[in-house]
Design a protein around this ligand. Structure first.
Ligand SMILES: NC(=O)c1ccc[n+]([C@@H]2O[C@H](COP(=O)([O-])OP(=O)(O)OC[C@H]3O[C@@H](n4cnc5c(N)ncnc54)[C@H](OP(=O)(O)O)[C@@H]3O)[C@@H](O)[C@H]2O)c1
Length: 333
């Protein structure tokens, strides 16, 4: 028996922002699962900014090269299992790649994470109860050294990492200022995620707005974008500030910018921490328990930006890299 599936390949390395024509959808066949293999159906794909950096060969993980099926995690359902770790009918988050079905084995089985039936909708296991949620939790709880009353600023504030950081900070008694692109995102950050302020970095003077909303300076800056937004936030640091460097989306597709000026760290006697979510997998259950409790109590808002069908993945990924996603970027198959 052979399995027929759809999959998306990278056909060329994107230049700058990714285009749909950088990808191609193909039909492929796979053999039936052998011993140690698991045949899964992909229910939803997680689109994550690091994939662009992997396509440029700059990410900590292996590069994604022309001809490769695009890598990435998804919510999968087991159809047939010939591995003792997984049983038919179970849902897992696994490295399935951009495919409609996949055969998992080796590391993909060992590193897959079960999705509890209580997680509703189960796609939350790709967002606030998965890798982006753990990133936010670890960065805020373990690296930011936050105290009640601190002013925390976070960029990409309406995305799964930024929105979770800001809301955990609000619940810990911080004053929270978001930076997001466009009035619609800023309205969600203010009205649903209940930040104290949100600055639209695509309109007006970012530096003047940071001064206005952080008159005593920024105690914690959680950076998701790099580039000029990082430089501008560092110009407004308070004495003893902590900076959590999480993401550099502004430079995933191009040359690295020069800043920020290290003199700004000296002046503020600042502590700079680099965050890599892979260091914190062992604490996923702790993060899920805390974030899950806030979700169930209605204290934490989430939103998902789901496009439909595997063929929509390249366009949806392009939207994510242009800042046009409204919440956690997903493809529901
Ligand atoms: N360190 C780690 O281990 C780790 C783990 C997970 C994620 N990350 C990083 O965390 C960041 C957020 O991830 P996410 O999944 O929550 O993504 P996300 O916020 O849903 O999407 C990325 C957002 O970045 C903003 N953006 C894109 N290009 C930009 C530019 N040139 N300048 C300023 N902002 C830009 C856009 O938001 P606006 O329109 O609001 O600006 C876009 O919606 C990413 O940089 C990601 O790589 C790091």
């Amino acid at each position: 028996m052979t399995l027929t599936l759809q999959q998306i390949q990278l056909v060329r390395t994107p230049e700058g922002l990714p285009l749909e024509s950088d990808f191609a959808l193909h039909t492929a066949t796979l053999p039936a699962p052998a011993d140690g293999q698991v045949h899964v159906r992909v229910l939803a794909l997680s689109l994550d900014p690091y994939l662009r950096s992997a396509m440029a060969g700059r990410h900590l993980s292996a590069p994604i090269l022309p001809g490769d099926v695009v890598r990435g995690e998804g919510l999968v359902e087991v159809i047939t299992s010939r591995h003792p770790r997984m049983q038919a009918g179970e849902r897992w988050v696994a490295a399935c790649g951009w495919r409609s079905e996949a055969l998992l084995d080796g590391d993909a089985v060992a590193q897959a994470r079960p999705v509890a039936r209580e997680i509703d909708p189960p796609t939350l296991a790709l967002g606030v109860l998965g890798m982006p949620g753990l990133t936010a939790w670890a960065g805020f709880k373990l690296l930011a050294d936050a105290k009640p009353g601190d002013t925390l600023v976070v960029s990409a504030a309406s995305g799964p990492v930024g929105a979770t950081v800001g809301q955990l900070a609000r619940l810990a008694g911080c004053r929270v200022v978001g930076i997001a692109g466009g009035p619609e995102k800023c309205a969600w950050v203010m009205n649903e995620a209940k930040f104290d302020a949100c600055i639209d970095h695509r309109a007006g003077d970012l530096r003047a707005a940071l001064k206005q909303h952080c008159p005593k300076g920024i105690d914690i800056y959680f950076d998701n974008v790099g580039g000029d937004v990082l430089q501008a936030a560092c110009e407004q640091l308070a004495l003893g500030a902590r900076i959590v460097l999480c993401g550099l989306i502004a430079q995933y597709g191009g040359a690295a910018p020069a800043g920020p000026n290290p003199g700004l760290f000296i002046r503020a006697r600042a502590t700079v921490r680099g965050l890599v979510v892979y260091d914190h997998w062992a604490r996923l259950a702790e993060a899920q328990a805390e974030i899950g409790a806030h979700l169930r109590a209605g204290r934490l808002a989430v939103r998902e930006d789901a496009s439909r069908g595997l063929a929509s993945a390249p366009a949806a990924f392009g939207r994510l890299m242009r800042g046009l996603n409204q919440g956690k970027a997903l493809v529901v198959l």
